[in-house]
Design a protein around this ligand. Structure first.
Ligand SMILES: [Zn+2]
Length: 427
């Protein structure tokens, strides 16, 4: 039974000294080297989960960990850990990291930054000659993005017990490969790594990440202390009609799945647009069958991603979607499946105050900020005291090859993270 850690009000002196060992150039060099794995022609990264590029990125991370003498291990869903042992080996570790997988046309910083900032923090502790009381562990969570295998955050949800390992292993990607098959291949390459148990409760989890939005840049702040994460519901809608010849079937006798689906999307958009700025509604995937110009579509499947920072609103608006689809199906059939429902959450106030105080002590301007995007920290939140640190994204751009964060902002985020980790680990 892991004991709860008391969250301090501010950083301790030893930790502040450790943060002076954060090396901006080293962090930048590592980010750029990491970005060579899956590098795209336009300066971005295509490093999807469990791919060769992902495996190579993990090997690179391990090589940096080995140089520092960190103990590497992996769990059954492929989460990769690098451990700096503390004096009290039996005490729950302080955990920090993010993910190394990317979107198909992702940037250099999403995910990698959180992993490499944690590594920078551990290296700073080493350089400062600090031996932590609690062990500090760096983690790279498996498949956060969910673009090759959906839904994402597989590593953190399985780790936190929010999803069943066997169900996740059975998920198939577009090319027909299952998570189980792709994971087995990766673990075969990494068979020298010791296996660890799933879900051993950390004392705390801190995730650094790029903001992926425009707020910090607009406000002229460098560190965002993340207040919470917006809630999200994901639906899959299938509309079934009837195939037919585009030139011969009379319009009124058609069961056109495409027309029905288009009406549904328009009706949902109209309804939700009236509910204010906090509602975020996206139909990002649309599949038409047989997808031929002269054939009446017999089957249409589309996705709905609905987000809201308020739990009640999210529930109400999401529950409305089924009715709106039903009302607009005409003579087609429709089924609406809810694929996930993650309620909005607020990270614990003491953790936010501690991160804010740490940033202030270092003279780095910070502010509280809400996250519209999901992160692995969402699932750790239910397991242990959890917090997040954001750094600015130029133009708010992310999930894009254009993604950019200034090197000194990345370093300031890493300094804040380091102070937080070192304080928690030395108490
Ligand atoms: Zn990310």
């Amino acid at each position: 039974m892991a004991e709860d850690i008391a969250i301090p009000q501010g950083p301790n002196k030893a930790a502040i000294a450790v943060s002076r060992h954060v090396d901006q150039d080293r962090l930048w060099r590592r980010l750029m080297e990491m970005a060579t794995h899956g590098a795209t022609d336009n300066g971005g990264v295509n490093r999807q989960a469990l791919s060769n590029e992902d495996i190579a990125a993990r090997a690179l991370l391990r090589s940096w960990g080995a140089e520092l003498g960190l103990q590497a291990s992996v769990d059954a869903i492929g989460n990769l850990f690098l451990r700096l042992p503390g004096k009290r080996e039996d005490a729950a570790p302080i955990l920090s990291g993010s993910h190394l997988d990317s979107q198909p046309c992702g940037g250099k910083f999403d995910g990698s930054y959180g992993v490499l900032a944690a590594l920078e923090g551990v290296e700073a502790m080493r350089s400062a000659g600090i031996e932590p009381v609690r062990s500090v562990e760096i983690v790279a969570w498996t498949n956060e993005e969910g673009s090759r295998f959906a839904p994402g955050m597989m590593g953190s949800t399985v780790f936190a017990g929010a999803r069943d390992l066997d169900r996740v292993l059975a998920v198939r990607g577009k090319d027909g490969t299952s998570v189980g098959e792709a994971l087995a291949r990766m673990l075969e390459v990494e068979s020298d790594l010791p296996r660890r148990k799933l879900g051993v409760r950390p004392a705390a989890f801190i995730e650094a990440h790029i903001e992926q939005g425009p707020v910090l840049e607009a406000e002229g702040r460098i560190v965002g202390v993340v207040k919470g994460i917006a809630g999200k519901r994901v639906f899959g809608v299938s509309v079934t009609g009837e195939k037919g010849h585009a030139g011969t079937v009379p319009q009124r006798r058609r069961k056109d799945a495409m027309i029905a689906a288009a009406r549904m999307v328009a009706a949902i958009d109209d309804a939700l647009a009236a509910k204010g700025e906090d509602v975020k509604f996206t139909v990002g995937r649309f599949e038409v069958e047989p997808n031929a110009p002269s054939v009446i579509p017999s089957e249409v499947r589309f996705s709905i991603d609905l987000r809201h920072p308020d739990a009640n609103s999210l529930t109400k608006l999401g529950d409305w979607i089924g009715n709106l689809c039903e009302e607009n199906r005409r003579n087609c059939e429709v089924t609406v499946d809810e694929l996930s429902h993650d309620p909005p959450l607020d990270f614990p106030e003491p953790m936010r105050a501690f991160i804010g105080a740490s940033s202030t002590t270092l003279g780095i301007p910070s502010m509280e900020i809400y996250s519209g995007s999901g992160h692995d920290a969402r699932h750790l939140h239910y397991l242990c005291p959890t917090g997040m640190i954001f750094v600015p994204s130029r133009g708010g751009i992310s999930h894009s090859e254009e993604e950019w964060t200034e090197p000194d902002h990345l370093a300031d985020g890493a300094r804040t993270l380091t102070v937080v980790l070192a304080t928690l680990a030395t108490r």
